[in-house]
Write a protein that binds this ligand. Structure first.
Ligand code: FMN
Length: 237
């Protein structure tokens, strides 16, 4: 398992893992995430932040890439004190096979999830920001969640304690329409995911009525809510 990347800076900082669930350029949900991270880092500059982003779909189309099936992405790191790094990544995240091999304490598949398990394991704070796809999560995000059946089995079938204390889990979501139940499916899914991986569901911001790229930038009230949530998480550290 890969441990947290660390370059000789203070050990004290909390570790925040941010997952951006959109593949779109100028993504609304990624903007929500960036607003959250900016505020969080301004209040807690000694934190380690890893942001995992998928490469934008529009770039795939433009470059006529044959590799539309692979999940390319970027990884942004912000070390305590402000040093940053960016790397290009290819995430190979296969769907859960439902084989129950993970009752043994290990997943039968060897892919990028091994690294993501490690990151989830060592994160104190987890922020998932995602668009709504058909009242649920995009399939690449859901694949990560399903593969966390490993943690569910560790917790409930093997009775193994694998975290010292529960982490802090945050959800940010946006969707195009204004349906009352627009975020119900995602909220329930993420609530049970956080429980399985031992994160407390500690807050969410949902934004309706944003469809075009960057449309969320005009949602001043929602962005303020995101900042307030980030501040409250950072101040609780
Ligand atoms: C495959 C797909 C399914 C979608 N399903 C819904 C939906 O069920 N309800 C909704 O309100 N918006 C839906 N949308 C719209 C997106 O949620 C919306 O455009 C959002 O702002 C995109 O966020 P992003 O820019 O972070 O990708 C869907 C978009 C796509 C591409």
């Amino acid at each position: 398992m890969i441990t947290w990347i660390h370059v000789g800076v203070k050990e004290m900082g909390k570790k925040l893992l941010a997952l951006s669930g959109s593949c779109r350029r100028n993504s609304n949900s990624e903007h929500l995430l960036d607003v959250f991270l900016d505020e969080f880092i301004s209040v807690a500059p000694d934190s380690y932040v890893i942001k995992m982003v998928l490469i934008d779909g529009s770039r795939v189309i433009k470059e006529k890439s044959q590799e539309t099936g692979s999940l390319k992405g970027l990884e942004f790191l912000q070390y305590p004190g402000g040093e940053t790094a960016v790397s290009e990544r290819v995430w190979d995240i296969r769907p859960c096979l439902g084989c129950d091999f993970c009752v043994s304490g290990k997943c039968v598949q060897q892919d990028s999830m091994e690294e993501i398990y490690g990151k989830l394991n060592s994160a104190d704070i987890l922020v998932l920001s995602s668009p709504v796809y058909f009242y649920g999560l995009p399939s690449h995000v859901k694949a990560i969640i399903d593969r966390c059946q490993l943690f569910y089995n560790k917790k409930y079938r093997r009775k193994e304690k694998w975290r010292q204390q529960p982490g802090t889990g945050i959800l940010l979501v946006c969707g195009a329409t204004s349906g009352k139940q627009l975020f119900d499916g995602i909220s329930l899914c993420v609530r049970y995911w956080f429980d399985a991986i031992d994160f407390e569901f500690s807050g969410k911001v949902v934004v309706r009525g944003v469809d075009k790229p960057s449309a969320v930038k005009k949602q001043i009230k929602a962005l303020d809510e995101v900042r307030e949530l980030a501040r409250s998480v950072a101040e609780r550290l």
